[in-house]
Design a binder for this molecule. Structure first.
Ligand SMILES: [Zn+2]
Length: 247
């Protein structure tokens, strides 16, 4: 199994979490860096652990303080062989931690980096569906909607062949709309993630999340889709390998 989106560097002991994931059968993890220093830490984890790959970006929350030097540094880091995607990037009108104009500018710059490197882009969008779709209108590369929580975006996502990645919030009892969305994504476009340390899935809800818990999300999604969990897990691994060009 694979966890396609975790923030290993935000866990107390990433090495232990990786070991627990391996023991649970989660043998590949994409860890996401959210600023330049965090991206460096993410890359160092990929160097120490087989099966760990890095997604590198500056988070929209940090758009207000991101400098041109930060973008240049990110560009250098993206040349690393274990950097498989750009992100997470996008727009967050819910938290509004950074001025909207800065978020838009950073998002555009990171989309350019994804195009330049020919890598997928991992999208964070909250309460900004229409603006996110508009920003992506001319983006021809591979797109992953991470921690999918906007069913309104699904028709466009499917039309444009984007990957749709579900996190632990899709396992919450009230998330009927997200499980319905999960049944509508074609088999070759669905992904699953933990978004550790956030959003622990239902059986471990409220605890600090970690990649081993992706098994719960996979089981729930498989059940919603009427598929056999082990086979569904393999399918997600295949999709991730294709999406992120994993070895
Ligand atoms: Zn994330």
């Amino acid at each position: 199994m694979i966890d396609t989106h975790a923030h290993l560097t935000s866990l107390e002991d990433p090495d232990e979490a990786i070991r627990r994931a391996t023991a649970a059968g989660v043998t590949r993890i994409l860890t996401v860096g959210t600023d330049v220093d965090d991206c460096r830490r993410a890359l160092s984890l990929t160097e120490r652990h087989d099966g760990v790959f890095a997604v590198l970006g500056i988070h929209p929350h940090d758009a207000g303080t991101a400098t041109a030097d930060d973008l240049a540094a990110l560009r250098d880091l993206l040349a690393h062989p274990m950097a498989v995607a750009v992100g997470e990037t996008g727009l967050d009108w819910f938290r509004d931690y950074a001025p909207r104009e800065d978020q838009r500018r950073l998002f555009a710059a990171e989309l350019e980096l994804a195009a330049e490197f020919g890598k997928p882009v991992v999208i964070h969008t909250r309460a900004a569906d229409d603006d996110t779709l508009a920003a992506l209108a001319d983006h021809a590369g591979t797109v992953v909607l991470h921690c999918f929580s906007s069913p309104r975006m699904l028709p466009t996502a499917l039309e444009r062949n984007w990957y749709v990645s579900f996190a632990g919030n899709a396992t919450f009892p009230k998330a009927v709309d997200l499980r319905l969305a999960a049944t509508q994504v074609p088999a070759e476009r669905i992904l699953a993630e933990t978004d550790s340390p956030y959003l622990a899935p239902q059986p471990v809800r409220g605890k600090r999340n970690e990649p081993a818990n992706v098994v719960h999300t996979l089981a729930d999604l498989a059940q919603a889709r009427g598929e056999e969990p082990a086979e569904f897990g393999r399918r997600i691994e295949q999709n991730a390998a294709e999406c992120f060009s994993l070895p």
